[in-house]
Design a protein around this ligand. Structure first.
Ligand SMILES: [Zn+2]
Length: 258
């Protein structure tokens, strides 16, 4: 693999599943029963010394119990862009919800970067309460503790460079330790917002979601994303089907961001 100068990274969004919800189940205090479709993505950054993944996606078992449609194993999309999941060495975890962490086992050689506050939250006193259990896969969080003892969890506190040109930033809000990722590309600084902005509607209308740990932090995260992005066109929302139309679809499930 060629090693470019920082600033020339390529980013791919890999769309591996879908789910339909009512708007009232999703947006903050929204009474509408209008249907919204969530797309599920992982993101892959190429052009450095090794591929860097953002989030793991989830496994087939979660797809079955959570009424997911059009699921494909995220690793099959990765292989189409030339990345072998078995060789992936670094995954940046934006947060520990089931759809972002549930697929850790697909990457058996990876080290996972996650905010310290996120681990503390989901392994701490709140874990016994149903509203937060509903958004996690508990078995995979138990495994996270074991992986940490095996040296495969790296806990980040706040903001940190990953490699030159790639950084993570704590924003919180959606979860206690949600982090976003910035990547220097030929088009400018891209922000992989993940669930700091599930949809473009969230950030563009300052319209938060209802699955949160801290509403003011979620609102301030929108400001942080805009501050860090080279332009508004370089913000990548976490679950929005519009990612496919705002960026460059290459083939089914593979969208080139930059
Ligand atoms: Zn999500």
């Amino acid at each position: 693999m060629s090693f470019n100068q920082p600033g020339n990274y390529e980013i791919y969004a890999l769309k591996y599943a879908e789910k339909q919800l009512d708007a009232c189940q999703f947006f903050y205090r929204n009474p509408s029963h209008e249907k919204v479709t969530l797309y599920f993505y992982i993101w892959c950054i190429l052009g450095g010394p090794f591929p860097i993944l953002v989030d793991t996606g989830f496994c087939y078992e979660d797809a079955q119990v959570r009424e997911i449609s059009n699921y494909v194993n995220p690793t099959s999309l990765l292989s189409k862009i030339g990345v072998d999941a078995l060789e992936v060495s670094l995954v940046l975890i934006t947060h520990l919800h089931w759809d972002h962490w549930g697929g850790y086992s697909l990457f058996p050689r990876a080290t996972f970067w996650v905010q310290r506050e996120e681990v503390a939250f989901f392994t701490g006193p709140i874990a016994r309460y149903e509203p937060y259990q509903r958004v996690t896969n508990p078995a995979t969080l138990a495994e996270l503790v074991k992986l940490n003892y095996g040296g495969r969890i790296f806990m980040v506190e706040g903001d940190r460079q990953v490699i030159p040109g790639i950084r993570v930033y704590w924003v919180g809000g959606h979860t206690a330790g949600t982090q976003i990722v910035t990547v220097q590309t030929a088009r400018g600084n891209v922000v992989l917002a993940s669930d700091a902005s599930h949809f473009y509607r969230n950030i563009e209308r300052r319209d938060p979601v209802q699955i949160i740990t801290h509403l003011p932090q979620m609102l301030m995260a929108f400001e942080k994303i805009e501050e860090l992005a080279g332009s508004k066109e370089l913000i990548v929302a976490g679950h929005d089907p519009q990612v496919v139309t705002r960026f460059q679809p290459l083939e089914e499930g593979i969208i080139k961001i930059a």
